[in-house]
Design a protein around this ligand. Sequence first.
Ligand SMILES: Cc1ncc(COP(=O)(O)O)c(C=O)c1O
Length: 304
Amino acid sequence: MHNFLPFAWFEGQCIPFNDAKLSIATHALHYGTAAFGGMRAIPDPNNSKSFLLFRADKHAKRLCQSAKFLMTELDEDFVLNSLETFLVKNKPTQPVYIRPFVYTSDLGIAPRLHNIETNFFIYGIELGDYLSPDGVTCRVSSWTRQQDNSLPLRGKISGAYITSSLAKTEAVKSGFDEALLLNSQGKVSEASGMNIFIVRNGDLITPGVDQDILEGITRASVIELAKSNGINVIERPVDKTELFISDEVFLTGTAAKITPIKMIETTLMSKEMPTMNLLRDKLTKITEGLVPEYENWVKRVNID
Ligand SMILES: Cc1ncc(COP(=O)(O)O)c(C=O)c1O
């Protein structure tokens, strides 16, 4: 049962979610020529009339960059204003996941990105924990993360998610919660919709942006937070075998937040995760708008 917010932003205005419909001939549906964002908005614990959007500016920027890969223009202020109008209209009462979406809306048949109509919509869904905060089991996928020279991986391009879907289903059907994908160089890239971090001898290590990852906003936030807490952060290629001998392994993403990995293949990971716990506690407080130094990471929307 999905609890969608009652209104969608569709073709320039808020309309009832159930009236926001597309033709079966929509170009993006056939070719994956769309890009999306995924953001969380939560009620402000200190103000019942306010909703908090985590790093809305970064999400708007990444979406507009993704739109560039689709060769269409999307303006960051337009995205932010539409999000605000959307939240005010819906007046949510629960934490929500918001999905802004830019896509080729033409009904033409040829796969292309030139001379084609594009459009933009937003909808929202109530969302609690996407992965268990107590930890997940992971397998190394038999599917390889795409290469940046075949698909613009810095964008959240819809078509790319066939690989995530194959990997996630393979993991779940073989008894695991989540998939870890290696890139075409055989190095660890990321999970089906999350970035990955390991901790070794006190260093926080994560695959760099040249490892065919999505440039995750939670990832960037965790790196910044770790550095400001005196943790040594290293962005470098990560070998598969390092996963099994790491002191801590965890995933980051808007949906997953910070999720510990408790088992990889048949290897049980340590239950002691001091680095992850520290970062998770700090990040949670920041997303709740409770840390004045990080006030600029949170956009407050008055939904009254
Ligand atoms: C493939 C993939 N990697 C990583 C992430 C994590 O990115 P973020 O922290 O910006 O949500 C996501 C989720 O958006 C994703 O879909």
